[in-house]
Design a protein around this ligand. Sequence first.
Ligand code: BT5
Length: 242
Amino acid sequence: MPGTWRRILLESTGSTNDFLKEGLLGLSDRTVVRAVRQTSGKGRLGRTWESPPGGLYASILLVPPPSPEHASRVALLIADIICGELLRAGIGACVKWPNDVIADDGKIAGILPEYGTFPVPWFVTGMGVNLAAAPSIPGRNGPPPAAWARFAPPPDPDALLDRLLLELDEAWPDRTLDPISDRAEGITGRLWMSGREVEVVRGERLDTGIVKGIDAQGRLLLSTGSGMIYLDSGELSPVRSR
Ligand code: BT5
């Protein structure tokens, strides 16, 4: 089993991912920071993560980092672990590839992996889980937010973080290992829109097809009119009715 996590609790910070990235040289491997609220919580691609008090906002630091090809799979693994916690609480949840958790068609959690090489090679992954209430999202484009409290009494953020870290260490005890290779089948069984038609946007490219699952590399398998394609990244949404 890996060593202990060093915990930092902040009342407020811009973004827990940025807190770790800005303090890289003074922070040790396996530091985890949780903030009661974030004032500039981040999503992917410059998007915002609404972070009022009452949710879980936390990030972990790994130095040295896992390999770049494993980095996005860590996000998928954490999404699956959060999904498992919701399912155990009796809440119908699924994993939205590549980094979200959905409950009753609402987004309840999102994961943000980041990595770099300056000033030392590093890997930071942040997780945001709506516990007490679903925030309102200005100019929302995507699924509505959902919160744990809508389905069941939510856990205490620290207790939930403890469990998530424990499960992460159990599932991925060594950062040189692939985080999801032996979990792909399980994730496929909990995949949002499985067997249904979706659109996947990647930059300028749009693919439409039926979600078939994920493979051992964490790629989305999409059955399209011109055959099966394997996607490393992208933005998934239901096909709009035509
Ligand atoms: C994500 O991005 O889902 C990654 C979110 C990661 C948040 C954590 S919190 C701790 C750590 N510190 C940070 O600064 N970030 C991480 P993405 O897939 O790009 O989704 C962002 C989109 O989700 C936004 O554009 C909104 O539409 C929606 N959204 C924003 N806040 C939300 C919330 N609290 N609940 C549900 N949906 C939200």
